[in-house]
Design a protein around this ligand. Structure first.
Ligand SMILES: C[S@@+](CC[C@H](N)C(=O)[O-])C[C@H]1O[C@@H](n2cnc3c(N)ncnc32)[C@H](O)[C@@H]1O
Length: 221
């Protein structure tokens, strides 16, 4: 249990409930495609990499990048998300390269073997102790491997998660602090660039749709 009295199952319940309608939001599909282009351009993918995705949700980002890497193990803490990702991957005919596993790298034993790269889109702000997660990621990477994290910029007003009951994650990240967190977790050659924005229906005291800036942070193992 966390100091606030919520255990990890809390996040699962939120995302389990959201899983079946997640892909009905065109902004989410567009977002996955835009991030895929950015990662392709930034990482210099060779088509042979063994990749791990953290908090992959319905699998759209890895599906969009499937033709540019060797394989992806798509992981997510939410059983509901994992079911949708598996079905999306099968429908896309990508089950030979993309596999799905329910996994929370903070609390579960790590997957077997090592990886050439790890990517995560809008997942790390749900992880309370991001430093611990990044150290686990570092341990899973082969030397010279990379981690690529797309995250929300600092959202001090908390508008992005206003609709999210009992949110216990981070209201975005300050870019400089996130880069330092990567360095403190053992990564080098850290770079941070703009990654466009994400649109979302607001809630609570906030009205209408909001646009939130994001960044891509990359570090080498
Ligand atoms: C905002 S969604 C993003 C999903 C997907 N990456 C996307 O961009 O559409 C956050 C995802 O992270 C997952 N998640 C939250 N905490 C996690 C953890 N500790 N380990 C793995 N996945 C987690 C959630 O289940 C959810 O699917």
């Amino acid at each position: 249990m966390s100091p606030s009295g919520h255990d990890h199952s809390h996040d699962h319940a939120h995302f389990d409930a959201a899983a079946s309608t997640w892909d009905a939001d065109p902004a989410k599909l567009e977002r996955a495609r835009a991030t895929a282009v950015l990662l392709r351009d930034t990482l210099g993918l060779t088509g042979t990499e063994r990749v791990l995705e953290i908090g992959g949700g319905t699998g759209q980002l890895s599906i969009a990048l499937a033709d540019h890497v060797g394989s992806v193990l798509v992981t997510d803490a939410s059983p509901g998300m994992v079911d949708v990702a598996r079905s999306n991957i099968e429908s896309a005919g990508l089950a030979d390269r993309l596999t799905v596993e329910r996994l929370d790298l903070v609390t579960d034993p790590p997957p077997q073997g090592s990886f050439d790269g790890v990517w995560a889109q809008l997942a790390l702000h749900h992880v309370r102790d991001v430093g611990v997660l990044l150290q686990r990621v570092k341990a899973l990477l082969s030397p010279g491997g990379w981690v690529a994290v797309v995250e929300l910029d600092d959202d001090r007003a908390g508008a992005f998660h206003a609709n999210y009951e009992n949110f216990t994650g981070h209201d975005g990240f300050d870019r400089t602090s996130f880069a330092n967190l990567l360095r403190d977790s053992g990564f080098h050659d850290v770079s941070v660039v703009d990654a466009g924005s994400v649109e979302k229906e607001l809630g609570g005291d906030h009205q209408g749709r909001g646009t939130f800036a994001t960044f891509l942070a990359v570090g080498r193992a």
